[in-house]
Design a binder for this molecule. Structure first.
Ligand code: LLP
Length: 423
């Protein structure tokens, strides 16, 4: 069980920092996401420290978890933001992040999104195709702007990770092939309204080794070499986290050390998401029913693939911890209520005897949990709670049924339906 100083048992009760998780569940119900502010800060500080010798600027990847409270917490530590849509830019601006500190990436930015980014004055635009570059050049000319651009290189390397989250191989939709980047750089005069001052290489998420990143960085440097004003290198995110005890992944320090000999004289940028928030968060659920069938113990809980889709989408294994420490007796299939066979949160969780009302924490769920949550089956998305030492607060309330109706029936009176907990 990957527990740590912020998610730990105290007197047999699972706590987030100094708050027993039962207290949160009693007050706001389940399912609920809970995040440790201390752990988020510690993870960010660790990355900043690891890459400090490289003078790197860290831009938190909002797609991992874009709760306003988390954005504000990280911005206060000096992090910039990595956005992949105008919606994320808007959210970061709303959280008080300076536009200059935002980098904007994405393989399919719409003209409206690019215009929005230009008008907001975002710091960097990571361009992913020649056509996008020309469009951006036109939009910039119309606005009298001259944005800084990093070309996203597709270096043709296969990252060691799940195929859904590898991005740097030749068959991927991401980035621009080496020969095309070289051609664009050779004719920079063709797009006079953009300043191409950087290259970007994000080769995947949950990276299993540093080698491919190093290869990609070296490839980018070779391309940039003839152009002395092109000395910013954004190496993306992808720093892995341990989902299981005994998971062996290179720590951020290993990436920094491997890259350091090559990056003197370069402005370095990072876009970590998962490594900052994943192990700071958990999804708290309650057991609804236990049944034995087909030779398995099924533990049906009130959380599902609509709150946490990673097990269904990537066969991800999130460890599950009971709120009350007890010896594990038997394997269980932990399943949610959604009408999909894929709605299994864990296929083989070693858990104690459980009955209705018992609570479980699905761990390492702070990244790509709430940000990928849906309303499938008309389920309301859960609240999010941020723990600060011994206190905690709701940083996003639970949705209501009326929240779900309002876009179709704008007159739906807010709060007219009963909260789910009263049903
Ligand atoms: N930069 C770019 C250009 C990216 O595409 C990503 C992630 C990141 C940074 C942040 O990567 P991280 O540090 O979080 O690994 N939903 C999947 C992960 C998708 C990652 C997409 N891009 C999951 O749940 O595993």
């Amino acid at each position: 069980m990957p527990l740590h100083e912020s998610i730990h048992y105290r007197d047999g009760t699972l706590c987030c920092d100094d708050v027993p998780l039962d207290a949160i569940a009693d007050a706001v119900g389940t399912p609920v996401y809970v995040y440790s502010a201390a752990r988020i800060r510690a993870n960010a500080a660790r990355l900043q420290a690891a890459f400090a010798p490289l003078g790197a600027a860290v831009h938190y990847s909002l797609k991992a978890n874009a709760n306003l409270a988390i954005i504000r917490l990280l911005a206060a530590l000096g992090l910039g933001m990595d956005a992949v849509s105008a919606g994320e830019i808007h959210r970061a601006l709303r959280a008080g992040v300076a536009a200059e500190r935002i980098v904007f990436a994405g393989v399919g930015k719409t003209p409206a999104e690019l215009a929005y980014a230009l008008e907001a004055g975002v710091g960097w635009i990571n361009v992913e195709s020649q056509a996008e570059l020309h469009l951006l050049d036109r939009l910039a000319a119309q606005r009298g702007a001259r944005p800084r651009v990093a070309l996203r290189l597709n270096p043709g390397v296969s990252a060691r990770t799940h195929h859904h989250i590898a991005t740097g191989h030749a068959g991927a939709k991401f980035g621009i092939a080496t020969s095309t980047v070289a051609a664009i750089l050779a004719q920079r005069g063709a797009t006079p309204h953009v300043r191409i001052e950087g290259l970007h290489v994000h080769i995947g998420s949950q990276l299993g080794s540093v080698d491919e990143t190093l290869t990609a960085v070296r490839e980018a440097q070779t391309l940039a070499e003839p152009y002395p004003d092109l000395r910013t290198l954004n190496i993306g995110g992808g720093f892995p986290v341990a989902y299981q005890d005994g998971d062996e992944y290179p720590p951020p320090e290993a990436f920094a050390e491997a890259l350091r000999p090559y990056l003197a004289g370069w402005q370095v940028k990072l876009e970590p998401g998962r490594s900052i928030v994943a192990d700071a968060g958990l999804l708290l659920v309650s057991v609804l029913y236990v049944k034995h069938q087909g030779g398995s113990r099924f533990v049906i809980v009130d959380g599902s693939m609509t709150e946490l889709i990673r097990p269904a989408l990537y066969s991800a294994q999130h460890p599950i911890a009971p709120l009350r420490a007890a010896p594990a007796t038997e394997s269980a299939i932990v399943a949610g209520p959604v009408c999909e066979s894929a709605d299994i949160l864990h296929r083989d969780a070693m858990l104690p005897a459980l009955s209705a009302g018992d609570r479980l924490a699905i761990l390492v769920a702070g990244a790509y949990g709430m940000s990928m949550a849906s309303n499938y089956n008309q389920r309301v998305r859960p609240p999010e709670v941020l723990v600060e030492g011994a206190s905690w607060r709701v940083v996003r309330r639970r949705e209501t049924w009326d929240d779900l109706l309002r876009l179709e029936e704008p007159d739906t009176e807010r709060g007219a339906s009963r909260p789910v907990s009263d049903v």
